[in-house]
Design a protein around this ligand. Structure first.
Ligand SMILES: Nc1ncnc2c1ncn2[C@@H]1O[C@H](COP(=O)(O)OP(=O)(O)OP(=O)(O)O)[C@@H](O)[C@H]1O
Ligand SMILES: [Mg+2]
Length: 204
C-alpha cells in the first residue's frame, strides 16, 4: 500500500506551514518522511542540501538530534520519566551539559507552554492536554531548525491552543525556525504562513 503518491513539495526555511486533510490522507506519514523518521520508499527528501536517504542510521540519528524537533500525534512520552525529565531528554541525548541555565530555559519554556506546575509528574499523572504540552516543550527545548508538530493542539482548549500557536509563530519569527504543523482545525491553520491540503496521499 502506498500512503504517499507523487508528492513534490518545497518547504521554505523560516516559515510556518500547516498541513490539512482528511484522516488517512497521509499527513503523519509525510511528516515522518520529512523528519527522517521513515524512509520515503522511492522518493527523496532533501533538507538544507542533505539528502536524507544518503545517510546511514547513525548519521540520520545525529541529523535528527541536531536539527529536528518532532511532536508526535500520540506524544510518545517516556512513561517512567517525569515531565521535566521528558522535556530535558533531547538535551541529555545530545550530550550537552545540563547546567542551571539550561534547566532555567527549559522551565521558562514549560511556563510558556503552560505545563510548569506539572513538571514533577509522570505522563500517566497528566491530562491529555498536559501530556501534549510536555511533548511540545520536548520538541522545542533544543531550539531545532526544523519543528514538526503533528496535531499539536488536538487535545488543547482554545485558549491553550492559541498560546501554543502563538509560541510557534514567535519561534519562526525570532529564532528563524521552520515549522510544519498538521492540524484539522482551520483556526489553528490560520496561524500559519502557508496551508497545504492533502487528499489520498497527494497534495490536493
Ligand atoms: N506503518 C504503516 N503501515 C501500513 N500502512 C500505514 C502505516 N501507517 C499509516 N498507514 C496507512 O497510511 C495511510 C495514511 O496514514 P497517516 O497516518 O499518514 O494519515 P493521517 O493523514 O495522518 O491521518 P489522521 O488525520 O487520522 O492522523 C492510512 O491509510 C494508514 O492506514
Ligand atoms: Mg496523522
Amino acid at each position: 500500500m502506498e500512503a504517499l503518491r507523487g508528492i513534490d513539495l518545497d518547504l521554505p526555511r523560516s516559515r510556518f506551514t500547516a498541513i490539512m486533510g482528511p484522516s488517512g490522507s497521509g499527513k503523519s506519514t509525510l511528516m515522518h518522511c520529512l523528519a527522517g523518521l521513515d524512509q520515503a520508499g522511492g522518493g527523496t527528501v532533501t533538507v538544507a542540501g542533505i539528502e536524507l536517504g544518503s545517510l546511514d542510521d547513525d548519521a540520520l540519528t545525529v541529523f535528527r538530534r541536531r536539527h529536528v524537533g518532532f511532536v508526535f500525534q500520540s506524544f510518545n512520552l517516556l512513561p517512567m520519566l517525569t515531565a521535566e525529565q521528558n522535556i530535558l531528554l533531547p538535551l541529555e541525548l545530545g550530550g550537552g551539559r545540563i547546567d542551571e541555565a539550561v534547566r532555567e530555559r527549559a522551565r521558562t519554556l514549560a511556563e510558556t507552554i503552560g505545563v510548569a506546575d506539572r513538571l514533577g509528574h509522570r505522563p500517566a499523572e497528566l491530562s491529555g492536554g498536559q501530556q501534549q504540552r510536555v511533548a511540545i516543550a520536548r520538541a522545542l527545548v533544543t531550539q531545532p531548525d526544523l519543528v514538526f508538530a503533528d496535531e499539536p493542539t488536538g487535545n488543547l482548549d482554545s485558549t491553550a491552543s492559541a498560546e501554543v500557536l502563538e509560541h510557534l509563530r514567535r519561534s519562526v519569527r525570532e529564532l528563524g525556525q521552520t515549522v510544519v504543523m498538521v492540524t484539522h482545525d482551520r483556526d489553528a491553520a490560520a496561524h500559519a504562513d502557508d496551508v497545504i491540503t492533502m487528499a489520498d496521499g497527494r497534495i490536493a
